[in-house]
Design a protein around this ligand. Sequence first.
Ligand code: UVW
Length: 318
Amino acid sequence: MTTTPDLTELLADSPSNWGKWGADDEVGSLNYLTAEQVLAGVGLIRKGALFTLQRLIGDPNGDPVWPGRSPATREMILDESHWDEGGDGPAFPGGLHYADDKINAFLQGSTQYDALGHVWYDGRIYNGYDARTTVGGLEKASVEPIAQRGVAGRAVLLDMARYRGAGHLGAGETFDHTDLEKCAAAQGIEIKPRDILVIRTNHLDLFFEDSEAFYGNFCEPGLVYSPELVQWFQDKEIPNLVTDTIANEVTTDPHNGVALVLHNALMRNLGIAFTEICDLEKLADDCAADGVYEFFYVAAPLKIHRATGAPVNPVVIK
Ligand code: UVW
């Protein structure tokens, strides 16, 4: 019987960027997105077409979330009914009425940026900060520094579903950096150093078709760990991994049984920002139609103090 290794053992020789941008760094590989990268992205704008990548919070068809999290709920606080006979609507000079509402949402439960301190093993989060700094809210490597900084640069879409001739990738289906390179070549592009990677699987189609079956067989498709894949991300200086799945990688590694290995090898160790649960459908259709798979990407998660992640509506401009 083979035993599942723990992450400490599995990633013992894995590369790390801790200290590379200073002992106080909290944004990791986003440091690769220099002004030069921003301008390289802007230089790709050709037709002025905009694509927003956020999924609808409170979608009547359901909000796909990681098992154990619940979809956001929105509560109406004030509406016209509060000014009905005997209602509690506040009286303002001039007769102003207004509507108010609030949401109760997992900050990891929508299209979101993960904080670099969102996951860890061995008692240390990104850049070597003590995991005890997460208690009661992330004192270090929360989403706030990413939100304060913002993200912009040259990005490429790697449409793995189309490349594999599928409407969507299936549960547990995997691919690696060599597949990304082949997909890019088939699309007629090159993955350049410091590119933001946007990967489409369209797997969440299955959630919208039948959420019970989706959760009954929960193992998302995606990138799968190997030392070579981690080194490829390191050599390419990838700043940001953006996908249309809940967790950006195959949920359980079929080779070793470990869950979310890349959250640790890429996010905790290399400081690569993860953007999850994006809706890439309109963008992918446009790329397939005009054959242009590289574009300007810009995003900034909400600024939330000490948060583990925050909702975002990334924008692509072609
Ligand atoms: C977990 O936190 C388990 O996953 P994600 O980063 O997708 O929210």
